[in-house]
Design a protein around this ligand. Structure first.
Ligand code: GP9
Ligand code: MN
Length: 649
């Protein structure tokens, strides 16, 4: 690498302009491009969602060229600063993407950045997601900075002394920059086009999952596409054609027919006018139920409660990047989460049919309780739109049990029941969202009551301790509701919001003492508990029907005897025999008979289809019609939300 110095400019014989173009920092631009390319390659290994192929090398190279080419015509000082800036910005973006991916199995998108104010709150989680090897992404930044500072300080007068020479050099540099820009563009456009005509057909229209899009575009290409997608969605170009509108109407009408079956089913209106108390439990998965660790039940209270409740062992969460907010939205408004970001954040201004407003119209006092910042997940705005009469958040609680992110669940439940007593309005709909069992699950030593043996000190061991605490909190809540005379006229619902993000399978294998195959891992991550306790322990038993969070609201309306036919919902009551699949955000689905897992490359023929309950793998063809149905369901839900279709149905 050669640096221009004042001395060389003054004393050396003038070199031809072409020679000067080859000198630093034109080469600096190439150096930064190569460094970016290597980092993108390393990052791809970390994501581990399909691996590098020649297409991905090409699109990454194209993106790296586009990132740096525009610096070539700049003056030397500006060029040096710009290159260091590009390296720093893109490296930090990659690091942020890596941390985000470890937590959410997704990439950062513009709507997620709109939630970025939450980053400070998840600081502990972020730190626990960083690994020493991640330094690879930022290790060169001090060198880049030092080189930039050195070159800025050493930069002397422009070596091309006459105006004509300067003009010629500027033209040459601009020409080179333009050539590299076109090459960079082609390096992206050709592979993307090739793949769009092959396995990635329909991928950019469906947008049900960011991972296959990343596999086509590479990381920087993905971000470029995401910015374009965001602009398109918020500009005028996103309107729906009449045919598409008719498709959405048709899909909702089909689902409506299934939902109307409730009205002639046995338990319709059997608990008309009862209170409803819902617990949405943070990161609470089904596998902890019935589990014994160190000779002790992890969830003794829930295990007992199940015996006197309706219990749904084949119940799944359907959340995506909006996590807690997605579960809340699915359970209360019976629609799917957004393909990226959170409906709470992106679409709080849209109209939905949500339980609080529906029950409010039936004379219920609908309140929501969550002991955290009211703005997190845009709750204040979203809850207002959902029709709650009141939202009790962090500042409404006395901090008498500081734990984890805020208040311990035990005190949270206690204060919530006190609040309901103060309001003294029945029937009530009380939605509670717990928090103590949030990632990274570390409870103070005094609250760790299980002997987790070889899992002690691991994240899974900590998770079991947190689940045990939550179980105790639920046990105390049930006792309190009984003491307050509320238990016998209340439908009590407990469900988990999403998985715990722990995907170190060696820990689970240590816990279960056996290896887990792909399907077992997926089911373990996707299954969350649902139990519904009815007044007088009525109808206690196990219901094997496969269900998801979008089925919670229709099931509750079924019990309360409120017709749900005309609502714009994806769910169906779990108390009817009407069959419909449980659809997941990535296009996976189960109908209780098969479980379909799409391939990260998005190609239907590469997906895995399993027969239930044995879990034996069968050809992808057996799941093909269901997989297409699943995409239809996601498209209908997405279009309804994005285009705010409630008033146009
Ligand atoms: C905080 C809580 C966060 O209000 O909802 O939970 P998360 O969405 O990170 O699972
Ligand atoms: Mn959550």
């Amino acid at each position: 690498m050669r640096l221009h110095t004042v001395a060389s400019a003054d004393t050396a014989p003038p070199r031809p302009a072409v020679w000067r173009i080859r000198s630093w920092p034109v080469w600096g631009a190439f150096l930064v491009a190569v460094v970016l390319l290597l980092k993108l390659r390393w990052l791809d290994g970390q994501f581990d969602v399909g691996g590098m192929n020649r297409w991905k090398w090409l699109v990454n190279a194209g993106a790296a060229l586009l990132a740096v080419c525009w610096t070539i015509p700049l003056g030397r000082r500006l060029r040096a600063a710009a290159l260091a800036g590009i390296d720093a910005f893109l490296s930090l973006l990659m690091l942020a993407d890596l941390v985000y991916f470890r937590n959410f199995r997704d990439f950062i998108t513009v709507p997620v950045l709109m939630q970025a104010g939450q980053a400070a709150d998840v600081e502990d989680s972020i730190l626990s997601l960083l690994r020493p090897g991640d330094l690879a992404l930022v290790a060169d930044l001090p060198i880049a900075l030092a080189l930039a500072v050195r070159s800025i300080r050493l930069a002397g007068p422009h070596p091309a002394s006459t105006p004509a020479k300067r003009l010629r050099e500027r033209l040459l540099r601009s020409g080179l920059a333009a050539l590299l820009a076109v090459s960079g563009w082609l390096l992206i456009a050709v592979p993307v086009q090739e793949q769009k005509e092959g396995w990635a057909r329909g991928l950019f229209g469906g947008e049900w999952w960011n991972v296959p899009i990343y596999n086509v575009t590479g990381l920087l290409g993905f971000h470029g596409y995401d910015v374009y997608r965001f602009a398109r969605e918020h500009g005028s170009g996103g309107s729906l054609s009449e045919t598409e509108l008719a498709e959405v109407r048709g899909w909702f009408a089909e689902r409506e027919t299934l939902r109307r079956a409730s009205e002639s089913a046995p338990l319709f209106g059997a608990f008309r006018g009862a209170n409803v108390f819902v617990v949405q439990a943070e990161a609470f998965q089904t596998f902890v139920l019935g589990l014994t660790v160190g000779g002790r039940e992890v969830t003794p209270s829930l295990n007992r409660l199940i015996e006197t409740s309706l219990y749904f062992p084949n119940f799944y969460h359907q959340t995506a990047a909006g996590r807690t907010s997605d579960a809340d939205f699915a359970a209360n408004c019976s629609l799917h989460p957004a393909p990226s970001g959170s409906v709470f954040v992106r679409y709080a201004d849209r109209s939905f049919d949500c339980l609080p407003a529906l029950l409010g119209a039936e004379g219920y006092d609908a309140t929501v309780h969550h002991a955290y910042e009211a703005s997190f997940w845009n709750r204040t705005n979203m809850y207002r739109g959902m029709g709650y009469e009141a939202f009790f958040s962090l500042l409404d609680f006395e901090m008498d049990e500081p734990l984890g992110w805020s208040l311990g669940d035990k005190s949270f439940f206690r204060q919530t029941v006190e609040r309901l007593k103060e309001r003294d309005r029945q029937p009530f709909y009380a939605m509670t969202v717990t928090l103590t069992s949030h990632h990274p699950y570390k409870l103070p030593a005094g609250l760790q009551k299980l002997e987790t043996g070889s899992l002690e000190g691991t994240i899974l061991g900590d998770y079991l301790q947190a689940a045990h605490y939550v179980d105790e909190a639920v046990g105390e809540l049930v006792e309190l509701l009984k003491r307050e005379g509320l238990w016998d006229n209340t439908i009590f619902v407990f469900f988990g919001d999403h998985d715990n993000s722990v995907t170190d399978w060696s820990l689970y294998e240590r816990l279960f003492n056996r290896p887990l195959n792909e399907l077992e891992r997926e089911m373990l991550l996707k299954k969350v508990p649902l139990l519904i306790h009815l007044p007088g322990d009525a109808h206690a038993g196990v219901i094997g029907k496969a269900g998801g969070q979008t089925d919670i609201a229709p099931t509750l309306l079924h019990l309360l005897g409120i017709p749900a036919g005309g609502l714009h919902w994806a769910g169906v009551s779990l108390l009817t025999d009407e069959a419909k699949p449980v659809v997941f955000r990535n296009g996976a689905f189960t109908d209780g008979k098969v479980f379909y897992l799409p391939s990260p490359d998005g190609a239907a023929e590469n997906g895995n289809c399993y027969l239930l309950p044995e879990g034996t793998e069968t050809g992808a063809a057996a799941c093909r019609p269901g997989a297409e149905e699943a995409l239809r369901e996601l498209a209908a839900s997405d279009r309804f939300i994005r285009h705010d279709l409630k008033s146009r149905m």
